[in-house]
Design a protein around this ligand. Structure first.
Ligand SMILES: Cc1cc2nc3c(=O)[nH]c(=O)nc-3n(C[C@H](O)[C@H](O)[C@H](O)COP(=O)(O)OP(=O)(O)OC[C@H]3O[C@@H](n4cnc5c(N)ncnc54)[C@H](O)[C@@H]3O)c2cc1C
Length: 451
């Protein structure tokens, strides 16, 4: 790109511009998953909506491939590209809470910690994900799972409105009242329709003390633990989030089986509801204790820090049969040496299922469980072995899968993947929306709805 061409941007743009020969280029082009190593022609960091409009207009004039970045955690690397432009919103962070209305306005480049901290300062909460450096935008636009999901639903179920810069440079709002069809698509397929500069969320009263931790046993007890897990899922209150897991390597040592819980009811209720789980004798570890919610939200920040190599495959399950648990135990034994890998299962239902499947583009509310095989490693020589492990692990769960996939975990790219994520009917509805809002497919680095 010549200085003359770049001048067409700098005349209108107040933010930061990073080019390949600038000293900060290598850190600016890095994304969370270090499997992804791309070299954009330009990285721009807008300071506000006007800058986003200027960057988008410039990119379209120059016919540059556009990647949009919030927290940079896209597992397949959608928020970067080779040779194109990255519109990196990391200078557009922050959340403003209106305690009287119980709402938060959150800037389009914020991370979960920005929203969590601002809401908890008023004893309020928005249900979001479990690692505080994840971006609010990518997480919300795909759905948003987290430890409060059975009580307050997915993150999109608390979304009231967005302001976005559309493909043609217009700044528009979407909510139930304004552009309602766009608002439907934003909630589950949102990375396809524009660059969101503001989110507005409904917040829920939340004192902020929770009972959280993990009970860990040797993997030989996985079926017994899975039985207990089923009881917790069936009998526990909406305030109880539970995850069943099996893993080996890293901090998990192992191989081990575990149940993690976060109970957001009173400590007396938590003690009562968790007594059966904690009574199972001789755990390797029982870390369940009372702690501030904000502490829980940061517990996995360090283990899930930037710069590791990562792959995952997830599905929604109609049930969690003993045969699958046994198959997973076999798969855990095959995690390559030097990697940390395993399975985790989160109970679905309750507040998630209380919203109709048709109300949002997100697909899969009727599932009983979300399940994922995840593997983390640092040595590039293990890339092929670790990716093959994740593929084989996903195949194990395939016979039990129900409709839909969680778009934010899907690492396969291209082909008919988006149709598989949303199902035929929703996919067609999304195509109509894409034709209206982005007929030239300007926003295509995502699980793409082809116009
Ligand atoms: C460590 C880790 C923990 C995770 N934990 C959870 C969890 O608890 N719950 C959960 O539901 N998911 C979780 N995820 C998955 C996560 O939701 C997705 O990776 C999500 O896409 C990350 O959002 P981001 O803003 O950080 O990503 P980015 O890579 O910045 O963006 C992801 C996608 O969103 C688009 N995008 C980004 N910003 C905007 C914007 N402002 N407007 C329009 N499009 C935009 C990008 O173009 C890209 O397609 C986790 C992922 C990781 C790596």
């Amino acid at each position: 790109m010549t200085p003359g061409e770049l001048g067409k941007l700098t005349d209108w743009f107040a933010g930061e511009i990073v080019r390949p020969d600038d000293p900060g280029y290598d850190s600016a082009r890095a994304v969370w998953n270090s499997m992804i190593d791309r070299r954009p022609a330009l990285i721009v960091r807008p300071t506000g909506t006007d800058d986003v409009v200027a960057a988008l207009r410039f990119a379209r004039q120059q016919e540059l491939l556009i990647a949009v970045r919030c927290g940079g955690h896209s597992i397949p690397g959608f928020s970067t590209c080779d040779d194109g432009i990255v519109i990196d919103l990391s200078r557009m962070r922050g959340a403003e809470v209106d305690p009287a209305r119980r709402t938060a306005r959150v800037r389009g480049g914020s991370v979960l910690a920005d929203l969590d901290d601002a809401a908890q300062a008023h004893r309020l909460v928005c249900p979001v994900g479990v690692v505080s450096h994840t971006g609010v935008a990518g997480l919300t636009l795909g759905g948003g799972m987290g430890r409060l999901q059975r009580r307050f639903g997915l993150t999109i179920d608390s979304l009231l409105a967005v302001e976005l810069v559309a493909a043609d440079g217009r700044v528009v709002r979407a909510s139930e009242a304004e552009n309602p069809e766009l608002f439907w698509g934003i909630r589950g397929a949102g990375a396809n329709f524009g660059i969101v500069t503001w989110f507005e969320f409904h917040l829920h009263p939340f004192e902020g003390l929770v009972t959280h931790g993990t009970v860990t046993h040797p993997i030989e007890r996985s079926e017994e633990l899975a039985e207990l897990y089923h009881e917790l899922v069936e009998d526990g209150p909406d305030e109880l989030w539970t995850s069943f897991g099996m893993a080996v390597g890293g901090d998990a040592r192992g191989p081990v089986a575990s149940v993690s819980v976060l109970h957001s009811g009173s400590s007396a209720a938590a003690e009562r509801d968790l007594a059966g789980l904690r009574a199972l004798d001789d755990p390797l570890e029982d870390s369940i204790e009372s702690k501030p919610y904000l502490t829980s939200q940061r517990l996995f920040d360090a283990p899930m820090e930037w710069g590791q190599r990562f792959s995952m495959k997830s599905s929604f399950l109609a049930s969690l049969p003993g045969g699958l648990v046994r198959d997973w135990a076999d798969q855990v034994a095959r995690v390559p040496d030097g990697a940390e890998g395993g399975f985790s299962v989160w109970a679905w239902g309750r507040a998630i299922a209380a919203v109709s499947e048709e109300d949002t583009a997100f697909t899969g509310r009727d599932a009983a469980f979300w399940a994922a095989a995840e593997i983390v490693w640092n040595n590039g020589a293990l890339d092929d072995a670790c990716r093959s492990w994740a593929r084989a692990a996903a195949d194990t769960a395939a016979p039990y899968a129900s409709v839909g996939r969680y778009v934010n975990d899907v690492t396969e790219v291209g082909g008919d993947i988006a149709r598989m994520i949303y199902g035929d009917a929703k996919y067609e509805r999304l195509v109509a929306l894409k034709r209206e809002w982005d007929p030239d497919n300007v926003f295509r680095l995502n699980q793409n709805i082809r116009p």
